[in-house]
Design a protein around this ligand. Sequence first.
Ligand SMILES: Cc1cc2nc3c(=O)[nH]c(=O)nc-3n(C[C@H](O)[C@H](O)[C@H](O)COP(=O)(O)OP(=O)(O)OC[C@H]3O[C@@H](n4cnc5c(N)ncnc54)[C@H](O)[C@@H]3O)c2cc1C
Length: 397
Amino acid sequence: MPDSTYHAWPFFDDVHRALAHDIRDAAPGLALAADEPDVDIATRAAVRALGAGGWLRHVVPAAHGGARDRIDVRSLCLIREALAYRSGLADFAFAMQGLGTGAITEYGTDGQRARYLPAVLRGEAVAAFAVSERDAGSDIAAMQATSRSDGNGFVLNGEKMWISNAGIADHYVIVCRHPESGERGYAAFVLDAATPGLGISARMDMNAPHVLGTLMLDDCQVPASALIGSPGAGLRVALGTLDIFRATVGAAALGFARRALDEALAWCTSRRVFGQRLADMQLTQAKLADMALAVDAGALLVYRAAWLRDSGTARITREAAMAKLYATDSAQHVIDEAIQLLGARGVVAGSTVEKLSREVRALRIYEGTSEIQKIVIAGQVLAGYEAATAPGGGEAV
Ligand SMILES: Cc1cc2nc3c(=O)[nH]c(=O)nc-3n(C[C@H](O)[C@H](O)[C@H](O)COP(=O)(O)OP(=O)(O)OC[C@H]3O[C@@H](n4cnc5c(N)ncnc54)[C@H](O)[C@@H]3O)c2cc1C
């Protein structure tokens, strides 16, 4: 049973505590829905189960049937944590319904929200978010896919790589370069999967179950109503959407780390070596202490960022970057220590901790690599320092 003592922290209110309790009870069933060898079928089944259970109400605002007036990041984090504790695929299915509709919720028109959100909420439509390209990952501004106006709407051309849910999504939010809006102009669109000219050119097998592929845009004609936000604002739409969900990646990492810690605790309290329980050895205790510390520190950073955002702070760039960086890096270490404590059992293919080690790895890469988070944090810290020490700007050191 995962630790729930942190639910008493002041970041949460009673609605969150009730939600955390309910999702912890529901998570084993949701994980079961995602437990199917075919990753496409498993992802769709997980999305359906999440919709049927009402969990996707948390990725949609109340005006369209959702749980809260606006997306509540603490709720997303609590749900991701509980799902990741049981199943990386169930967590990923939940996360993508949010990431794939966040741009519509935050920047879309009422017509787009009414058209796409209800089916996503019910788990009847699968969402996707396509920004990355072969030569534009960390450096997303280097993207080459383009959009141009053609009188009735827009025409999109190019390629989008590493796209979660490619091939099974019912609609895609796609961000392209939009030269008509200037050299740094980008535009975001929402495209139905059946749009002529939109295709899947490749699928990738990942180290853990995850639907991933490459999208082709070949003279893809879309109506003006597909544009999200204004032409030219695509990068702001993409970055603003990522800003909401970045801390939730840290929450998923926490779920994996908590599971690894629980697996280690169960093993260390039962395994006997040299006439003692492993848990009675001080070297083991040092490892367990470091693992627990990493989990709590990660949770403090994740829920600080989520609470700040929910409390109305417009941008949580520094806090979300810290949460994602620390929680994902430290989760990988916690899981590796759990493997070490389990000895040979820890590296048996398919064992819980071995699966966790594969599931956690991509979290340090997607939605901004660890290195990019460090660059973001340093930029924020330096800007804060320079503002505070500029003549008339604050106190000198
Ligand atoms: C499982 C998974 C799911 C994904 N899903 C999606 C999705 O749904 N939609 C989408 O658009 N994309 C998705 N991505 C793509 C993801 O966002 C990119 O992989 C990520 O942004 C990194 O880009 P890249 O892989 O091209 O690596 P690169 O940007 O080429 O980076 C390679 C290495 O260089 C480092 N690096 C880059 N810049 C610097 C720098 N300035 N200083 C120091 N080091 C640097 C990076 O940190 C990294 O270690 C997904 C990726 C994965 C693995």
